[in-house]
Design a protein around this ligand. Structure first.
Ligand SMILES: Cc1cc2nc3c(=O)[nH]c(=O)nc-3n(C[C@H](O)[C@H](O)[C@H](O)COP(=O)(O)OP(=O)(O)OC[C@H]3O[C@@H](n4cnc5c(N)ncnc54)[C@H](O)[C@@H]3O)c2cc1C
Length: 405
C-alpha cells in the first residue's frame, strides 16, 4: 500500500518507532503529536533489551545502529546472610542474562534521530481525544481544533487517549506494590571499594516481600548505575497511586524515603545497601506498578502500540523491545497490505496475543519476586531453578518472545 496520512499520538519510544515505520513503508505524510514541550531525552533511566530481540530489531531497522548499550551476560541472585557471607551477601544462584542495558534518553535520542526527515514531529500538542470516522480518523486537540488522518496510531503510553476509543473497557490495574528507582554516576562506586560486582553482571538482591535489580547502564557523561527495588509501600492503599509517576525525582515523600531506608538496613547485604545509598534524592523516585491488557489493538482507523496497547510489569524486561516489535509488525503489515482494512487486520493478528502473553508472564514473575517470595535463603540450586521454571510457565526466557511471522 502506498500513500496516506498518519498521525502518531505520543513521541516517545513507541511513537518514534511507529512514525519511522510508517514513513519507511510509504505513507505520504506522518505527523507525531507529543504533548511534552521540553527535552524528552532528560527522562534518563535504565532499561534492558534481550540480545535475541535486539538482533531481530536491528535487522528490520526498528533498532537503529550506534545507540550506546552496555553488555550484560549474567544475573546473580544474592541474599543477606549475616552468618558466613561477606558484605556482598550470599550468592545463591547465577543464570545467563543475554541483554544489553540502555539509558532511556540515549535510546530515545537514537530513535528520534533515525526518524526520516519527512516525519513532522510536533511538540507541546496535547491530544484530547480521537474518533474513528469511517474512512478516516479524527484527532481532537486540546486547543479545540480537529485534524483528519487516514490512520491514527496511539503511542501515548499508559494513560492513552487513543485506547479510550479503541478499547474503553481496559483500565490499568494496580499490582499492589511499587518500585523505588534510581541511578547515579558509576564513578561513585569507587568510594566503596570493588565489592563483588563484575561489570557484565546484573545483581538481584532478594528479601522477603521484594527484590531489587542493580545494573550498569551507559550515560551521556559515562557509565551509570541503575536500580529498581520492588516492595509493598508503607500503609498500602493510602498513597495517591493514580499515576505511574506519582512521585517524580526529588518529590518522594519522607514516608517513602524512610521506608526505603528501613528496607535497606533490615534486608540488604551491607555492600548493596551502600550502593543504593549512593543515589542522590533528586535521582530517586517511586512508581506504582501497573499492568494492562487490551482485547484488541485496532478499531476502525485507530491502532495501538507500545504501552498504549499493553502495559507489562517491568519484571519481564520487555517493554521497549515490545514497542519496537510493534513498529516492525506494523511496517510488515503495511507492506503486505493493499488496503487500510488489510493493514489493520494483519497488525491485530500479529500483535494481539503477544501483549496478553507478556502481561501474564510478568504477573507470575511479580508474584514470585514480590508478592509471594520463596524462602530464598534456604533454597538449593535445584529448587531455585525449578522455582524459576514455574514462573516462566513454558516461556523460553524473559525479555519478550521472537516476532511471529
Ligand atoms: C520501572 C520500569 C522499568 C522498566 N524497565 C524496562 C526494561 O528493562 N526493558 C524494557 O524494555 N522496558 C522497560 N520498561 C518499559 C518501557 O519503558 C516502556 O514499555 C517503553 O518505553 C514503551 O513506552 P511507550 O513509548 O509505549 O510509552 P511512553 O514512554 O509512556 O510514551 C508515551 C508518550 O506519549 C505522550 N502522550 C501521552 N498522552 C498524550 C496526549 N494525550 N497527547 C500527546 N502526547 C501524549 C507522552 O508525553 C509520552 O511521551 C520499564 C518500565 C518501568 C515502569
Amino acid at each position: 500500500m502506498q500513500g496516506g496520512t498518519v498521525a502518531v499520538v505520543g513521541g516517545s519510544i513507541a511513537g518514534c518507532a511507529l512514525a519511522s515505520a510508517a514513513a519507511r513503508a510509504g505513507a505520504d505524510r506522518v505527523v507525531v503529536l507529543e504533548r511534552t514541550r521540553g527535552r524528552l531525552a532528560d527522562r534518563g533511566l535504565g532499561l534492558c533489551v534481550h540480545d535475541g530481540r535486539a538482533a531481530e530489531l536491528a535487522a528490520t531497522g526498528a533498532l537503529p545502529e550506534g545507540i550506546a548499550a552496555h553488555r550484560l551476560t549474567r544475573r546473580r541472585w544474592v541474599v543477606r546472610d549475616d552468618s558466613a557471607a561477606g558484605p556482598s551477601g550470599r550468592l545463591f544462584w547465577e543464570q545467563p542474562f543475554p541483554f544489553h542495558s540502555y539509558h532511556w534518553g540515549l535510546l530515545w535520542r537514537g530513535l528520534r534521530e533515525a526518524t526520516p526527515a519527512s516525519v513532522l514531529y510536533r511538540q507541546g500538542v496535547v491530544v484530547s481525544g480521537v474518533a474513528d470516522a469511517g474512512e478516516r480518523a479524527e484527532v481532537r486537540l486540546a486547543d479545540g481544533t480537529t485534524e483528519p488522518f487516514d490512520l491514527v496510531v496511539g503511542a501515548d503510553g499508559y494513560r492513552s487517549v487513543v485506547r479510550e476509543a479503541v478499547c474503553p473497557e481496559s483500565r490499568p490495574s494496580y499490582a499492589g506494590y511499587v518500585c523505588w528507582r534510581g541511578n547515579f554516576d558509576a564513578r561513585r562506586l569507587d568510594a566503596l571499594g570493588d565489592g563483588d560486582w563484575p561489570a557484565d553482571a546484573v545483581t538481584t538482591v532478594c528479601f522477603t516481600g521484594g527484590s531489587c535489580v542493580v545494573y550498569r547502564i551507559p550515560g551521556p557523561d559515562g557509565p551509570r548505575v541503575n536500580w529498581v527495588l520492588y516492595a509493598l509501600p508503607p500503609q498500602a492503599g493510602r498513597l495517591p497511586f493514580d499515576d505511574p509517576t506519582s512521585f517524580p525525582p526529588g518529590r518522594v515523600t519522607e514516608e517513602l524515603t524512610a521506608h526505603l531506608g528501613a528496607l535497606l538496613e533490615r534486608e540488604f547485604p551491607p555492600y548493596w545497601a551502600k550502593v543504593i545509598g549512593l543515589t542522590e534524592p533528586a535521582d530517586t523516585f517511586v512508581q506504582p506498578i501497573y499492568d494492562l491488557e487490551t482485547a484488541r489493538t485496532t478499531a476502525g482507523r485507530l491502532l495501538l502500540a507500545g504501552d498504549a496497547a499493553t502495559v507489562v510489569r517491568p519484571h519481564n524486561t520487555s517493554g521497549a523491545a515490545k514497542a519496537l516489535q510493534d513498529a516492525t509488525a506494523f511496517e510488515e503489515a503495511w507492506r503486505r497490505s493493499g488496503t487500510w482494512a488489510e493493514l489493520l487486520h494483519a497488525y491485530q493478528a500479529a500483535r494481539g496475543a503477544a501483549g496478553r502473553e507478556m502481561v501474564a508472564l510478568a504477573r507470575r514473575l511479580g508474584r514470585g519476586q514480590v508478592e509471594q517470595t520463596p524462602a530464598w535463603a534456604t533454597m538449593d540450586h535445584r529448587e531455585v531453578q525449578s522455582w524459576w521454571q514455574a514462573l516462566l510457565g513454558g516461556a523460553s526466557d524473559i525479555g519478550g518472545q521472537a516476532l511471529r511471522r
